[in-house]
Design a protein around this ligand. Structure first.
Ligand code: UD1
Ligand code: UDP
Length: 374
């Protein structure tokens, strides 16, 4: 007789989700390796939201994430179109699979579509990285995460703040403070990155003598004044130390769209601002570990700066990761070129807030099993 099995359908599609899912998939594999009952069967559905090799395949190759059993190939497009295409393809797939859980991560359009398609089919949804709030509904991510949280049965929260955010919205059932799966990923892959990545040598960077920047959020790329402001700030900052900028394709397109590409061209002639293609996770961790300062509008990169003990400048007006600011490791400076250009590294106190114990993924798996048997 075959062992009883809990079936999980993971829906993902964007870069940060590959990192988060990698550690949970490992925890699932570990559970099965130990021969525990019931076993877990995970199938991964890739929506195709991100599709460039450097935005997708490299993460599967480097992080041991099992290959997706389906790629919906939705590609890029406006929010409604992209989400609708995902829904249209997810619905029959979920009807056929009828998993015990649909597992979604974070706050992208893939998260929204996965949660919505499952909820309409009465399939329970588990949301990893639940309860995050910026309280800014102009961000697509805020809408995605609010909806996903209200559709989910299980909410895996990275922080106590996230638990409290959910409680304020009346969500108190099925809420588990497990810690941050990205912290698990940072701990797991940090030594591997140190060993395997050659990015510092390739880019001829001296540890702690360069800054690292990333930029892709819609609130920056879709407003030319903000994009130009940040660009100008980074360009001026790069006269003090090299600034390495693995450029998200969205930002590359936005610079062209807004007629700002001459800024990028001018920057590439400037040795200080080093614009490169997006890098894989191991190279990214290596760049983060040895940066003197990180400047970013990414949610994940803000936390990784904290995990690797590098001060962070956030190129936004607010952040969901308030603990990093409260402990002095993160400064939210917006898009003002003068403020950005003046930034220098600082030495904060030892971090006092933890994002879990590095075992968040194992807890996600344990609660999925526990709740399934209720
Ligand atoms: C998405 C998420 C955002 C997350 C980010 C992680 C939503 C609403 N946004 O933003 O929360 O922080 O992923 O990186 O889901 N493109 C390519 N190649 C790719 C992928 C994208 O060229 O492989 C370009 C396309 O021009 C596309 C644009 O980037 O239109 C934006 O991609 P999209 O997936 O819509 O949003 P992101 O900005 O990546
Ligand atoms: N990342 C990466 N290569 C890059 C830029 C980012 O591997 O060139 C990783 C980063 O280390 C983090 C994740 O991608 O783990 C964050 O994704 P992103 O900034 O795209 O999205 P966000 O976290 O803002 O949703």
């Amino acid at each position: 007789m075959s062992r009883p099995c809990v079936r999980i359908l993971t829906v993902l599609g964007a870069r940060p989700q590959f990192v988060k899912a990698a550690v949970v998939s490992r925890a699932i594999a570990e559970h099965n390796r130990q021969g525990r009952t019931p076993s877990l069967h995970e199938e991964i559905v890739h929506t195709g939201q991100h599709y460039d090799a450097q935005m997708s395949q490299i993460f599967f190759d480097e992080l041991g994430l099992p290959p997706p059993t389906a790629n919906l190939g939705v590609g890029s497009g406006p929010h409604g179109q992209m989400t609708a295409r995902m829904l249209e393809k997810l619905e029959p797939l979920m009807e056929t699979h009828r998993p015990d859980w649909v597992l979604v991560y974070g706050d992208t359009n893939s998260t929204l579509a996965g949660a919505l398609a499952a909820a309409k089919l009465h399939i329970p949804v588990a949301h990893v990285e639940a309860g995050l709030r910026s309280f800014n509904r102009r961000m697509p991510e805020e809408i995605n995460r609010v909806v996903a949280d209200h559709l989910a049965q299980l909410h895996f929260c990275p922080t106590q703040t996230a638990v409290e955010n959910l409680a304020r919205e009346g969500i108190i059932e099925g809420v588990f403070h497990v810690g941050d799966v990205m912290y698990d990923a940072a701990l797991l892959f940090a030594p591997i990155a140190r060993q395997k990545s050659r990015i510092l040598e390739t880019l001829r960077l001296q540890p702690k003598h360069y800054y690292l920047a990333t930029l892709h959020r819609a609130e920056n790329t879709d407003q030319p004044d903000r994009l130009a402001g940040i660009w100008e700030g980074l360009r001026r900052l790069s006269k003090t130390r090299p600034v390495v900028l693995p450029l998200h394709p969205r930002t590359r397109h936005a610079l062209q769209q807004w007629g700002l590409s001459e800024l990028a061209d001018a920057a590439s002639g400037n040795n200080g601002l080093r614009i490169i293609e997006p890098v894989g996770f191991l190279d990214m961790i290596r760049l983060e570990q040895e940066a003197a300062l990180i400047l970013t509008d990414s949610g994940g990169v803000q936390k990784e700066a904290y995990f690797h003990r590098v001060p962070c400048v956030t190129l936004r007006e607010e952040t969901e990761w308030v603990e990093t600011v409260q402990t002095g490791w993160n400064r939210v400076v917006g898009a003002n070129p003068d403020r950005i250009a003046q930034m220098t590294p600082w030495t904060p106190l030892e971090p006092i807030v933890e994002y879990g114990d590095g075992q968040a993924a194992g807890k996600v798996v344990a609660y999925l099993l526990q709740e399934n048997s209720l």
